[in-house]
Design a protein around this ligand. Sequence first.
Ligand code: BEZ
Length: 160
Amino acid sequence: MAINIGDKIPDSSLRQKTSDGINPVTTNELFSGKKVVLFAVPGAFTPGCSVKHLPGYVKHSESIKDKGVDVIVCMAVNDPHVMEAWGRDQNVGDKVMMLADGSAEFAKELGLDQDLNKAGMGVRSKRFAMIVDDSTVTELLVDEPGQINLSTAENILEKL
Ligand code: BEZ
């Protein structure tokens, strides 16, 4: 069953590539005591994700943070090298934290994974966005496959 509003984020670990190398980022350190916007995409560098989804969060990052959000996280079932390269390509700087869920463990724990084997992409994350306040989900927006409607930065801004 998928995570829902009011639920706690499960214990898990993601990975981030920085100038120091590849480091684990636990969900405990990411979400405890903070207000976080987490959005997930089916794949780094895929057209909709690169043209609309991630650029929207980069564009609106200041407005989102002005509403009390400490961190904006972009997550995908890709490796940390790919996530870092995608962030560099999109000039995210420190506006959006680019995290890898390489084996889809976190997406599965959230119940927000999807089977994209027919597209040659294996198991990936659904496209979604959530607002998390001190590890509790307070808003959850999950898009239908192939759509980028609900989980956009513009929509999240309205919910904050
Ligand atoms: C999607 O938006 O659902 C999607 C994007 C890229 C590849 C496969 C699916």
